[in-house]
Write a protein that binds this ligand. Structure first.
Ligand SMILES: [Mn+2]
Length: 429
């Protein structure tokens, strides 16, 4: 029995106003796809199965290094965050797991499990934090953590990651994501080789304690908070790490962690080809690691990433990368942003499923560049919204995500019981 935060009768009433139009749109799209040899129900079934994890820190209002402007009714703790995640899952029917961040979300693991299972939510990857100092910790991470020059600091960072695994084991997580802020701000500040050696040794100590049915994801990022060099700066280094650690180690691709204009979809293809693509942190960016909503700036790039994923799905056995949103909401209601982002990730997947792979391969073999790229653009230009909405409707979600969420008045209701806060843990990772 799943508890519902939004009264299902509100969703039903909102859907009732839109259901006739949706059926007409779905039928019309179905006819057009049929002419292209595509069965709309097959696409819808795949979309319905697709899930993307919501990060616990995403439901709090984000901020920049300049300021943070709190929103109304922000979650006070992890249990409020789980309720916000339950709202997103209820309306989108596309986000059935939550990804926790330790120590931000530290609580009795049994209570965490109980709170999530009330809403039929599971837990995605655990995220460790050695990029900031937790209250009362003995060693500071100011000059690094897993790669620190100081052995005691490295040991503390290893133990923190092991604690994340322990918590994860209790709540049913199956993965640990490690992102570090380690690097340097000045040429000469650190020795690249020594620092990376320290990092690898520390990660090997963490990997040694990873349960057999777990995966460890390492996340690369080219800059920030270190501005001259970072230890895990790009996919090449990330691939080396995954190879050094072993079969349970995979690379995680955060779309915002690359230099502008980098061909991320090709990185996706390379990592998939060599069995080391672990998963994604979806977001969008204009200038750097902006953490804008997925699909907000360059939806075509998101589509091209999914084009590679659909290709890889058919090409490789046992291919199941993890999907998570990782974005920061500075000027929007985080629930609204996360709902629409989950939907936009699903949209890119649905569009990628429409690509005629045989036609594409034929054009590629014939060196017909224009026909090949037209095949992609044709799929991308198809408005798949009726497929997404129908998948939601059939699972009890909302045809119109934004309209239904606003009609339910959730934010105003929680604002009455959740006092306004300053600061908080909405961050960028
Ligand atoms: Mn990330």
């Amino acid at each position: 029995m799943t508890d519902h935060i939004i009264d299902p009768s509100i969703i039903e009433a909102e859907n009732a106003d839109r259901v006739d139009d949706l059926h007409a749109d779905y039928e019309s799209l179905g006819e057009r796809l049929d002419r292209r040899g595509i069965d709309i129900d097959t696409i819808k079934a795949k979309v319905a199965e697709f899930n993307v994890a919501v990060p616990s820190w995403g439901v709090g209002t984000g901020g920049t290094r300049f300021a943070r402007f709190p929103g109304l009714g922000e979650p006070r703790d992890i249990f409020d965050k789980i309720e916000d995640c339950a709202v997103i899952a209820q309306l989108t029917q596309a986000t059935n797991t939550v990804s926790l961040h330790i120590p931000w979300d530290k609580a009795d693991p049994n209570r965490l499990k109980q709170a999530a299972s009330r809403f039929s939510l599971g837990f995605d990857a655990m995220n460790s934090n050695t990029f900031s100092d937790a209250k009362g910790q003995l060693q500071s991470y100011k000059f690094g953590s897993l790669s620190s020059a100081d052995a005691a600091t490295r040991q503390q960072a290893i133990e923190h990651n092991l604690e994340c695994i322990e918590i994860g084991k209790t709540i049913g997580s199956k993965a640990l994501t490690v992102w570090i802020g380690d690097g340097s701000n000045f040429p000469g500040q650190t020795n690249f080789a020594t620092q990376f050696e320290h990092y690898l040794d520390s990660m090997k100590a963490v990997y040694a304690e990873l349960p057999d049915d777990w995966r460890i994801y390492t996340e690369h990022k080219m800059y920030e908070p270190a501005f001259y060099s970072t230890v895990v700066q790009d996919w090449g280094t990330n691939y080396i790490i995954a190879k050094e650690l072993g079969d349970k180690a995979y690379c995680l691709v955060d779309l915002g962690h690359h230099a502008p204009n980098v061909n991320i979809e090709m990185i996706v293809s390379r990592l998939a080809q060599f069995g080391k693509l672990g998963g994604f942190h979806f977001n969008d960016s204009k200038y750097g690691d902006d953490d804008l909503d997925a699909g907000a700036i360059d939806p075509y790039r998101l589509f091209l990433v999914f084009n590679e994923l659909v290709d890889a799905e058919a090409r490789y056995a046992d291919f199941h990368p993890a999907h998570m949103l990782d974005q920061s909401h500075n000027v929007t209601d985080p629930i609204e942003s996360l709902m629409l982002s989950a939907s936009d990730v699903q949209r890119a997947y649905a569009q990628a499923l429409l690509v005629n792979r045989d036609a594409l391969q034929g054009a590629q073999s014939a060196n017909d560049a224009l026909a090949a790229t037209q095949e992609l653009r044709h799929a991308y230009r198809t408005d798949v919204e009726p497929i997404l909405a129908m998948a939601r409707l059939e699972k009890g979600g909302a045809i119109d995500l934004l309209g239904t969420y606003r009609a339910a008045g959730y934010r105003a209701k929680v604002a009455e019981i959740r006092p306004a806060v300053e600061g908080g843990s909405g961050g960028i990772v």
